[in-house]
Design a protein around this ligand. Structure first.
Ligand code: CTP
Length: 411
């Protein structure tokens, strides 16, 4: 894979040599394009040494342009990755300006573009940056991260560049060609989002799930090389690149779509907030408000997770437990009752869990548990996938495990 790696002027540029190494380990050719301000944070000498190619930075460099013009470079790229991506470069790409070599390549390329933002948390949450992020995502540019945690400026929050290995893994899966990864050659089925249980043609019962956690899990599984089927309830999210998405509405539709996809699956992760009950009958015409009170008769929806865990040949099955109290106790009960291999428990409420970009979790299995403190759903998903992969190989035999080290620390 040919990667144009754009490096812009943020402190996270010091991680760029490591990122280049991770991309090259996966077999990529990396051509670095630096902006002038990036040179303030990392030297072109170091980058030239790790990339094995002269660094490009000046649009008007006659010698370099004669060897490979910016247009040829834009064509050469299978992916353009900018890491770290500053608020400034995001704004420049949004505006369509091309004042330097990197933004000119972004305008001239037909390859997928991915940005790994890195900036102070206030700059990241600034409405202008968030509006730019939305525009970029809407145009199909992949935004990888940022992570949440301590920042170079001494503050805590969202804005850290994600770790080079995660960026490399994600980028490798953008072009459809699978890279290396813990789940290479494995099939993972994920359910995500809420379900809608119709009452009449205009009304339904649903819940506050945004689908963000399930989508992040599907993305993290793709980044680890898995073939991923994402069975999704109605959400307002972009499809994670590299996944096969099956859109459904009701619990019964989700049950059918999941069972249709599960046959040769190795791992099943049920992240959807499936309705437990649905109206017994769907009224054909819109219900009129004739009486002072009305009641709806509800019946149980099929339990997708329990039904998959009970299959004769069941995949490694992971459930979620969203609880408002007694989180560990209730989750362990569900682990046993539904006969799961693993359960991911988290607290939900008005200001945690649902429809947020961050989350924390306690993962439980027979005889053990592991706590993950609050981080972005993207980072949490990466940790959860690594942990699930580790247990999957431990339980289902390690002979098929790709020769990679399983990293399970959560820092
Ligand atoms: N689940 C499912 N099908 C359902 C209901 C839930 O697959 N019909 C899955 C969810 O995706 C999640 C887990 O089961 O992985 C949640 O377990 P559940 O016991 O249903 O949780 P709650 O609905 O929160 O249960 P309770 O109200 O009893 O706490």
């Amino acid at each position: 894979m040919n990667i144009v790696l754009g490096i812009t002027g943020g402190i996270a540029a010091y991680k760029a040599p490591d990122l280049v190494r991770r991309l090259r380990e996966r077999g990529a050719e990396v051509q670095i394009v630096m902006t002038n301000s990036a040179e303030e944070f990392v030297t072109s000498t170091a980058l030239q040494a790790v990339s094995g190619k002269p660094i490009r930075s000046n649009l008007w460099d006659k010698e370099a342009e004669a060897a490979m013009s910016h247009i040829e470079l834009a064509r050469w790229a299978d992916v353009v990755l900018i890491a770290p991506a500053t608020a400034e470069v995001m704004a420049r790409i949004v505006s369509g300006g091309a004042p330097d070599l990197l933004t000119t390549i972004c305008l001239a390329t037909e390859a997928p573009i991915a940005l790994a933002p890195a900036m102070n948390r206030v700059m990241w949450s600034n409405l202008a940056t968030q509006a730019n992020r939305e525009v970029l995502e809407h145009r199909g540019i992949h935004i990888i991260g940022p992570g949440i945690g301590s920042q170079a400026c001494g503050e805590e929050g969202a804005g850290r560049m994600l770790e080079p290995d995660l960026i490399a893994a994600t980028v490798f899966n953008l072009t459809g060609g699978k890279g290396q990864g813990l789940l290479e050659g494995k099939k993972v089925v994920v359910t995500a989002g809420p379900t809608r249980e119709p009452i009449d043609p205009v009304r339904y019962i649903t819940n506050r799930s945004s689908g963000k956690m399930g989508y992040a899990i599907a993305g993290a599984a793709v980044a680890q090389g898995a073939d991923v089927v994402l069975v999704s309830g109605p959400v307002n999210l972009r499809e994670p690149p590299g996944t096969e998405v099956v859109n459904v509405e009701s619990a019964e539709e989700m049950y059918a779509a999941t069972h249709a996809a599960i046959e040769d699956a190795d791992i099943f992760i049920a992240a959807a907030a499936v309705a437990d009950y649905r109206p017994v009958a769907v009224v054909k015409q819109k219900i009129k408000k004739n009486d002072e009170a009305m009641s709806l008769e509800l019946t149980r929806c099929p339990d997708i997770l329990a039904s998959i865990a009970a299959l004769d040949v069941a995949p490694f099955t992971v459930g979620f437990a969203a609880e408002t109290e007694n989180v560990v106790e209730y989750a362990r009960g569900k682990l046993e009752k539904k006969n799961l291999d693993m359960i991911i428990a988290n607290r939900v409420g008005r200001d945690c869990g649902f429809d947020r970009d961050d989350n924390s979790a306690i993962v439980l299995w027979d005889g053990g548990e592991r706590e993950f403190p609050t981080s972005s759903k993207v980072e949490l998903a990466r940790n959860l996938i690594e942990l699930a992969a580790e247990h999957f190989y431990a339980e289902r035999g390690s002979e098929t495990q790709p020769g990679l080290t399983v990293i399970t620390n959560n820092d």
